[in-house]
Design a binder for this molecule. Structure first.
Ligand code: Q9C
Ligand code: ZN
Length: 331
């Protein structure tokens, strides 16, 4: 399997995570996640690794609002060294405010610091998603992109949840060159509140997640009703068997819509030992094998995109399990 690995993610080293309102918690979205996931994949299948150096500025501009992209580029360029930028002011119209106070227009969570290397890394992650999608357009075969930073919390003009640009919908845009209907299936622990904004008839969004009102993104119940978004919540203390039964239902309903390609937003933060969870699941490493088998049912090409997953010591075992379940029987 072709695996697209962004190279500039190493320049993105967030330190401050204030998203629980508690200073001093080490940031979980660490560079080591990418190599851990890659090691697990490479132990399960033969990997054709493609290092990605490029930045998907054009694709990101086509998906996100111009003032949002311009703001991130300008703010990122203003930072030097290891400075960790977090917004201090929040409000919907801060256009006249100094640059450092404008982030509050675009952010609803203070767990996503920006450093000098962050925006180049986010554009490079989007590029890995785009390159993987182009590879699928050319070959019609499954591909994988180890996007970091992740993307599913990034909306049209909003960052947060460790995400800046919506890698999955960047991929969707590229896939639509060949595939008329593209379903996005999101199995990250969290609801992809950014992805919700991009769902459409030709690119519906299906997600299985922890209760998004009681877990990050702590969403308004009313805002969950979005066209072309099919949302399923798992119980707070879900076990592997119950989780996989729900996952089968979600995946089968996505496949029932007869997509020509599928994008899987693959988060490993459903693992019970992942520290990000507000309510603990009972999933174990072996459950990712079962999940891989369910996704392998897709009769169309599948693009695997990394989202969350923060138990770094278990990530290789999780990705190994997933790919071991997924790869057999796929060309
Ligand atoms: N104790 C992704 O998995 N902090 N983002 C939540 C809960 C934000 C996670 C704190 C979590 C964002 C892509
Ligand atoms: Zn997550």
């Amino acid at each position: 399997m072709r695996v697209f690995v962004p190279r500039h993610h190493l320049g993105h080293r967030p330190e401050l995570d204030l998203s629980d309102g508690l200073p001093g918690v080490a940031h979980p979205e660490v560079p080591g996640r990418v190599d851990a996931v890659l090691a697990g994949v490479a132990a399960a299948v033969s990997v054709d690794r493609v290092d990605v150096e490029s930045q998907a500025l054009r694709a990101v501009r086509a998906l996100h609002d111009a003032d949002y992209v311009d703001f991130l580029l300008e703010l990122g360029a203003s930072l030097t060294g290891a400075t960790q930028y977090l917004p201090a002011m929040f409000g919907s119209d801060l256009r006249e405010a100094p640059l450092r106070h404008r982030a509050g227009m675009y952010c609803r969570e203070v767990g996503t610091p920006i450093t000098a290397g962050t925006v180049p890394a986010a554009l490079n992650a989007a590029s890995a998603a785009e390159q993987a999608a182009r590879s699928m357009v050319e070959t019609g075969e499954d591909a994988m992109a180890l996007c970091r930073p992740p993307g599913h919390h990034a909306g049209r003009r909003r960052y947060g949840g460790y995400c800046f640009f919506n890698n999955a919908y960047v991929a969707v845009s590229a896939l639509r060159q060949r595939f008329a209907k593209v379903a996005v299936v999101d199995v990250d622990y969290h609801l992809g509140d950014g992805a919700l904004e991009f769902a459409g008839e030709a690119f519906p969004y299906y997600s299985l997640h922890a209760d998004p009102c009681a877990n990050y993104p702590y969403w308004d119940r009313a805002a969950l009703q979005r066209p072309h978004a099919h949302l399923t919540t798992f119980p707070a203390d879900v076990c592997g068997a119950a989780y996989l039964a729900l996952a089968a239902t979600v995946i089968d309903s996505a496949l029932a819509a007869a997509p020509d390609a599928l994008v899987l937003s693959l988060g490993f933060d459903t693992l019970g030992s992942d520290g990000i969870q507000d309510a603990k699941t009972r999933l174990v490493v072996e459950d990712f094998l079962g999940l891989g088998r369910l996704v392998a049912r897709a009769p169309c090409p599948v693009l695997l995109l990394l989202e969350g997953g923060y138990d770094v010591r278990q990530l290789a075992a999780c990705s190994h399990g997933f790919v071991s379940g997924f790869a057999p029987g796929r060309s």
